[in-house]
Design a protein around this ligand. Structure first.
Ligand code: ZN
Length: 75
C-alpha cells in the first residue's frame, strides 16, 4: 500500500501534445522521433508542451569494475 509520504516525485517533462480539440494524446519528446511528429491517434499536429510526470524509475545495472584490472599476476 502506498503511504502518503511516499508520493512519487513529479518533474516537468517536455512532451509533444496533440493540438486537436478533444484529443488528449501526448508523447514524451524523447520518445518522439523526428521534428514533425503527428498525433498517433488522430494524426493531428503536435506541439511542444510540458507535463508534470512522476520520474521514470529505471533500473540501472551497475557494473562493478575491479580496481585491479590486471588479473594476470606474474610471480
Ligand atoms: Zn490527436
Amino acid at each position: 500500500m502506498l503511504q502518503d509520504d511516499q508520493k512519487p516525485k513529479l518533474s516537468p517533462v517536455q512532451v509533444l501534445r496533440c493540438t486537436s480539440p478533444g484529443c488528449k494524446a501526448w508523447v514524451r519528446e524523447e520518445m518522439a522521433s523526428g521534428k514533425d511528429m503527428s498525433c498517433p491517434l488522430c494524426n493531428g499536429a503536435m506541439i511542444r508542451s510540458f507535463k508534470h510526470l512522476p520520474e521514470l524509475i529505471t533500473k540501472i545495472k551497475r557494473q562493478k569494475k575491479k580496481d585491479n584490472g590486471n588479473e594476470s599476476v606474474t610471480h
